[in-house]
Design a protein around this ligand. Structure first.
Ligand code: BGC
Length: 367
């Protein structure tokens, strides 16, 4: 089938994914590339990645693509060898949510040798020219929403304080974590300087660039929990209370909440404000129970749909739509990106935003 025919069929509204004559070619150099997509996700231990991977896989299969979906147990070596297998299996498009954003250069160079197109999914891949597109949510905005929620809830703009704050950051090897922290810290750090926010543990990075000093490796709940245990036992003796915890995501929030619980904190007036991200079921339950204040919801279905649209365009050889060509410099190139908009969910809008949209079932969260 010629490209002209493909375009004509596409124009007639017939979905042609899977039979395109786009330029990516087959490893054997044949004239047609079947739509063959390798999806590489970091871990099954977090609900969101299961939804991300399975949602995208279902869309692609429905469109007639062959799909290899792999989860790498948060282990970089495993992710690299899974991607190598996908390349060897003839994948023409790779969708990768990196575990360590700076260690995939060599494997992506192999992918490029066989002209595969690489989409960084949710997390940017750094230090390589071999990443073609980036589909994500506005990561800086995620942090801004967390910071602004805290600013408003505590009345910081009205001069209220001082409040005891404990800030946390995400995994040092995840490029997103830097953006989440910067977004939040740009809102909160002026209040740390003015003394309206006090950080008893001293774990307040001097600048956005120091964020990794408080990063929790692998986004692990148990590591966040023991870090919070240490802070509480070392710096909160004699009845001092934490008033607010900046948690960049839900997996950290779960650990922090467990720590607070074992230190005797109970939902109610002196329970701290705690932020999160992802709208994981356990965290939405915690929000309903008053153990977490908010989460930043990133509708993974929208990210899947956006990535699917990118794949359709790549496969059809048409222009891939992006909306940001400035922000995501990976050290080798500015990666053309499509940023989706995250939004805040609190107890008041769990039903209207998460349940009514079908993102979660009422029964998932005990409603
Ligand atoms: C994602 C978050 C997620 C975190 C831990 C980040 O890269 O953007 O949504 O909570 O990884 O998996």
């Amino acid at each position: 089938m010629s490209l002209k025919t493909v375009v004509a069929i596409a124009a007639a509204g017939v979905f042609v994914l899977g039979i395109s004559a786009c330029s990516s070619g087959t490893p054997s150099g044949g004239s047609k590339a079947d739509c063959s997509v390798g999806i590489s996700m970091p871990t099954r231990s977090l609900e969101r990645w299961i939804n991300d991977g399975e949602g995208l896989q279902a869309k692609l299969k429905k469109a007639g693509c062959s799909v290899d979906l792999q989860y790498a147990d948060n282990k970089t070596d495993q992710q690299i060898s899974q991607i190598q297998n996908q390349i060897a299996g003839g994948a023409t498009i790779l969708v990768v949510a990196a575990i360590d954003g700076s260690s995939l250069g060599p494997v992506l160079a192999q992918a490029k040798k066989q002209k595969a197109t690489v989409i960084a999914y949710d997390r940017l891949i750094n230090g390589t020219p071999d990443v073609d597109y980036y589909a994500t949510f506005d990561n800086y905005k995620v942090g801004t929403l967390q910071g602004q929620y805290i600013e408003t809830s505590l009345g910081l703009k009205d001069g209220k304080g001082p409040f005891n704050l404990e800030p946390f950051a995400g995994s040092p090897d995840d490029n997103n974590a830097k953006f989440f922290f910067a977004g939040a810290w740009d809102v909160l750090s002026p209040y740390v300087k003015s003394g309206q926010l006090v950080v008893p543990s001293g774990k307040a990075p001097k600048s956005d660039d120091d964020w990794a000093s408080i990063g929790i490796q692998g986004w692990a709940s148990d590591k966040a929990q023991s870090e919070m245990d240490n802070r509480l036992s070392s710096f909160y003796a004699g009845g001092k209370k934490v008033n607010v915890v900046l948690s960049p995501n839900d997996s950290l929030a779960i650990g922090i909440e467990a720590s607070l619980k074992s230190a005797g904190y109970k939902p109610g007036s002196d329970y701290p404000i705690i932020s999160g991200q992802d709208a994981d079921k356990a965290n939405v339950k915690a929000i309903l129970a008053g153990e977490q204040s908010m989460t930043v919801w990133k509708d993974t279905r929208a990210l899947g749909e956006r990535t699917f649209q990118m794949i359709k365009s790549i496969d059809a050889g048409t222009k891939v739509e992006v909306n940001d060509t400035k922000t995501y410099d990976n050290g080798k190139k500015v990666v053309p990106s499509y940023l989706l908009t995250p939004e805040v969910v609190t107890k008041a809008d769990v039903k209207t935003k998460l349940i009514d949209s079908g993102f979660l079932k009422a029964s998932d969260v005990g409603l």
